[in-house]
Ligand binder design. Sequence first.
Ligand SMILES: Nc1ncnc2c1ncn2[C@@H]1O[C@H](COP(=O)(O)OP(=O)(O)OP(=O)(O)O)[C@@H](O)[C@H]1O
Length: 337
Amino acid sequence: MDIIQVDHLYKKYSVKQQREGLIGGIKDLIKPIWNEKEAVKHINFCVKKGETVGYIGPNGSGKSTTIKMLTGILTPSSGKIIVNGLEPYKERKKNAVNIGVVFGQRTQLWWDLAIRESLELFKYIYRVPDKVFRENRDKMVELLKLDEFYSTPVRQLSLGQRMRAEIAAAFLHSPSIVFLDEPTIGLDVVAKEQVRKFLREINKEKETTIILTTHDMDDIEQVCDRLLMINDGVIIFDGKMKSFIDAYGNERIITVQFEEPIANIDIDYGDVLSIEENKVKILFQKEKISATQIVQNMSQKYPVVDCHLEEPKIEFLIRQVYEGRELNGNDKIFASR
Ligand SMILES: Nc1ncnc2c1ncn2[C@@H]1O[C@H](COP(=O)(O)OP(=O)(O)OP(=O)(O)O)[C@@H](O)[C@H]1O
């Protein structure tokens, strides 16, 4: 069952042009010039109940705009969204009952209240039945390890503690979908792990649909089964996380270090990613050539002193796709569903 349907979704903003100088400023007041900025350009996708979707893209690509439309904060310029059978921007309050939201940069907790009181208030706002509240609260306290600061006012919490409390608040009313925008930003490794583990567990146990926007690729790799990639307002990849990794599974990166600095190198068996003094980094397909052959080949031209072989990290692969690189003969998974 599709819990989210996005159909030809389009959003443009009107942006006031700023003229230069004092006279320009006065003209802006009297007769402003408006320009249009297309943020999301006719995108389509569906999400099934219980899916964990990583919604990623470079800065300014349209992620937050999409999430704001899905949560009902913004109205699309055209196209349609159905979330849990509702059009979020038309039925914002009803939609809010079914969803949870975490915006990493903003708090939805009350600054002077302890987490205990904030959660009680959420119980009241969302009309969470006593039994459900007790069950959910106890689970959050346990999984997110809230007990050590459960009675502390929010303003006295560290960023990692506050973020765990934000997440507890978002999941408290058993929403069917939770949108998380940069939930691990600024957290240390331990806090990040706690958040990721919690998301995995709650998804498994309650089948909560998770839409996760982040620039941290470890979040995506550890939490999400599906990857939805947007660039310049257009979906450029929609598929299983596994298909994405498999499409690149044959690739390796070798760094070869020479005795002397080299200026340039010409090869036809891979892509030169960088040359830094005496080190060259090459991306190659291991089916076509082995690392040993590359080193042998290079050492015929320049004395080699060291080499290092690695698998490309997902972050690297994603950046390559942003930069317009095609998937290895597997471009069908570029098509949006
Ligand atoms: N309120 C607004 N008025 C005008 N333009 C906007 C507004 N909000 C966003 N934009 C523009 O729309 C485009 C998409 O922005 P959006 O915030 O959706 O990107 P994003 O992918 O979430 O970026 P980031 O990763 O930096 O948060 C950008 O070019 C941005 O400048």
